[in-house]
Write a protein that binds this ligand. Structure first.
Ligand SMILES: [Fe+2]
Length: 287
């Protein structure tokens, strides 16, 4: 069964909760024609990459929206920063309008500009996002939060963003959970004490990191697991829980991305979270 149903969104039904239900169930919501116009000055950001090339992406973080990884003149960098601030606002408005159940509960985190071709750089297997995976952040424990991401293809020359999506989280977890190393609260405290992690890594974070790695390392699984190709055309915006939906980015360049965190308790159905699915598969609460 290919679980993540790709839902093409055509008409507004913001209050009936069906979009939240689909999203929590593992859908990728596609919004084909939301407006996010670029000024004449900003078109340069989709003509060549304004990135220093050291990191995968250019991004802004935090209230101050400090720009990192960008290249260009001071004027260009400030314009790029303003573009990302505007995309963050656009993402917040999308949530308020189409996912009103999450309004006020979701917190917007990093915003990124991704100008490089997906497979342009030869990365280590762990950083190779063409391999099917669920998102997990090694230094930034997530705990009882969900990772919601809002993407937009801003390619100017018709190039789609290509993804593969995989099987449902529960089926994947059943295959991989028995292979994962056990959680050690002691080493979690140690990692936090050494400031390798920003806070204590929970058992959930431990499992998700090892799932992320085990999935990417398993070439048989990558080739033979249930999967489907998806295209996101320029001008399309798509929204998904990237901690739940198995995905790989297969191609495309020039994209904007907003990361948001939602407490599991703020979900319409918390039992659909990877936190609760893993606990259910293990038959006990996570530590
Ligand atoms: Fe990812």
């Amino acid at each position: 069964m290919i679980s993540p149903i790709v839902t093409v969104f055509a008409d507004a039904h913001p209050s009936d909760g069906s979009l939240v239900e689909a999203l929590e169930g593992g859908a990728v919501l596609v919004f084909p024609d939301l407006d996010f116009p670029f000024s004449d000055f900003e078109t340069r950001f989709v003509e060549r990459p304004f990135a220093d090339g050291k990191a995968k992406n250019v991004n802004i973080r935090g209230e101050a929206a400090e720009l990192r990884g960008a290249a260009g003149t001071e004027e260009e960098k400030e314009a790029l920063r303003q573009l990302l601030i505007r995309y963050r606002r656009f993402s917040g408005e999308l949530v308020e309008r189409y996912l009103p159940a999450y309004a006020g509960k979701l917190s917007l985190a990093g915003t990124s500009y991704r100008p490089f071709e997906v497979d342009q750089r030869k990365l280590s297997w762990r950083r190779d996002d063409t391999r099917l995976h669920v998102d997990a952040f090694p230094s930034n424990p997530i705990g009882e939060k969900r990772i919601l991401r809002i993407f937009r293809n801003i390619n100017p020359s018709g190039q789609p963003r290509l993804w593969r999506v995989g099987e449902d989280f529960g089926s994947m977890a059943e295959k991989f959970l028995p292979k994962l190393p056990g959680y050690s609260p002691l080493s979690a405290r140690l990692l936090a004490g050494l400031r390798i992690t920003k806070s204590r890594r929970s058992e959930y974070d431990h499992l998700m990191l090892h799932l992320h790695d085990a999935l990417k390392q398993d070439l048989d699984y990558q080739a033979s697991a249930p999967q489907a190709d998806v295209r996101f055309e320029p001008g399309q915006t798509w929204v998904t829980f990237s901690d739940l939906v198995m995905h790989g980015a297969m191609g495309g360049r020039y994209m904007l991305e907003q990361t948001a965190y939602l407490p599991v308790a703020a979900q319409a159905r918390p039992e659909t979270s990877p936190q609760r699915i893993l606990a259910q598969k293990l038959g006990r609460p996570l530590r």
